[in-house]
Design a protein around this ligand. Structure first.
Ligand SMILES: *Cc1c(COP(=O)(O)O)cnc(C)c1O
Length: 395
């Protein structure tokens, strides 16, 4: 029995990993307890944000940081900050960017569904480079000089999506952008672990980097971080805070907000709908400290323990070969044979539809592979997964 039963919602076994569609991961008891306690007090939100900024700065090496309602919210807030700076008039006019810098330069091969968060601010994405793969012979992608070429006096930011294979390398992009005085915003949502990536993009010169709190960090599902330059974080926070307050009355924390540099108090900004509650901020901070305190080795050993349990439980499975992949997040793969009673995608679908409902990763199903990630598995899940997989692969 769980609280979900009270609302007639079934729980699932999440062997896909912390994806938003499957409600992220689950909270460690310490994080959950911190959120509950946070909810039993009131604070001034700006002061809470200032405290959070210090923690994020320590963990990321950035000047400042903001807890957001997710990495995508961080992209929206970060873009808004790059457009308006500390001008409260411009903040109030977004997403109308008439008369403002309203272009964001981005490598074409990095375009993805999440760049909608950038476009929400009223900017046009200027695509750069041609990922020459389709013809078979091509090997090139965007090059740094092409980014330089695309930057004009209308460019608000260069937007970069960090992945292992992203081209050009971030330092080269930063060099071009900074030569033109343009900030670089990095989508680092899915780049953890390794924990060193919390610092890496800032070290490589990113002005802002957005991370998901609800993925590897293990924070509340609807949380994230935006870390970077203090002025940009200040602007992002100003476009996010609730500012129903008289100017004379308003005494924001000096560590994060320079009131004297503002012509007036901003109105509720474009980021106001990306509200984060105090419980979320505290939960994220506790999770972030826990994540940073665990070494990558210990984390991967802990996850490998779950993978090994699943491997033993699946021993003797028919019509499939078991393979354990290494790396910072080890996974178990079932390579389904041609003689199996159902193919990889059908196995995933059957697992989802039955009871308990099990969500595996079908992204390699076209190659006959079903993947199981240990990220969001509870201790009892490996046995439950094996108990459902085995009969489905037997005649
Ligand atoms: C998950 C993800 C996001 C969105 O993160 P949320 O925290 O869910 O808002 C953005 N970009 C990339 C590359 C992601 O993987």
């Amino acid at each position: 029995m769980s609280i979900y039963d009270r609302f007639n919602v079934r729980t699932i076994i999440n062997a896909k990993g912390p994806s938003t569609r499957l409600s992220g991961g689950f909270l460690d008891a310490e994080v959950a307890a911190a959120m509950t306690e946070a909810g039993t007090f009131c604070v001034e939100m700006a002061e809470l944000h200032a405290g959070a900024s210090k923690v994020i700065a320590e963990v990321t090496g950035a000047e400042a940081g903001l807890v957001t309602s997710g990495a995508a919210a961080g992209l929206l807030l970060g873009t808004a900050a790059c457009i308006t700076g500390l001008d409260p008039g411009k903040m109030g006019r977004l997403p109308d960017t008439s008369g403002m810098k309203n272009e964001v330069v981005m490598v074409r091969s990095q375009r993805n569904f999440y760049d909608h968060a950038v476009r929400t601010c009223g900017v046009r994405i200027v695509e750069v480079g041609l990922p020459d793969r389709y013809a078979g012979a091509g090997v090139r992608d965007a090059e740094a000089w092409e980014i330089q070429d695309a930057i004009t006096d209308r460019t608000a930011a260069v937007f970069y999506v960090a992945t292992g294979s992203a081209q050009p390398p971030l330092p080269a992009v930063v060099k071009m952008a900074h030569q033109a005085g343009v900030p670089v915003l990095v989508d680092a949502a899915g780049q953890l672990p390794p924990a060193s990536n919390l610092r890496r993009f800032i070290e490589e010169g990113a002005d802002l980097a957005a991370f998901s709190g609800g993925k590897a960090i293990g924070g509340p599902q609807g949380s994230g971080i935006l870390a970077g330059k203090r002025d940009l974080v200040m602007s992002a926070l100003l476009q996010h805070l609730d500012l129903d307050i008289f100017w004379e009355q308003w005494a924001p924390p000096k560590s994060l907000i320079d009131k004297h540099r503002l012509r007036g108090a901003p109105q509720h900004g474009i980021g106001r709908p990306c509200k984060v509650g105090k419980e979320t901020i505290i939960g994220l901070l506790v999770a972030l400290q826990r994540f940073a305190a665990e070494s990558d080795q210990d984390r991967s050993r802990r996850l490998l323990g779950l993978v090994n349990r699943l491997q033993s439980a699946l021993a003797g499975v028919d019509h499939a070969r078991i393979q354990v992949t290494g790396g910072s997040v080890p996974k178990l793969e079932l390579h389904i044979t041609k003689e199996a009673p159902r193919n990889a995608l059908d196995l995933c679908i059957e697992l989802e539809r039955g009871t308990p409902s099990i969500h595996a990763d079908p992204s390699q199903a076209h190659a006959g592979v079903v993947r199981f990630s240990p990220w969001c598995l509870r201790d009892e899940d490996p046995d439950k997964i094996a108990a459902r997989v085995k009969p489905l692969l037997r005649y």
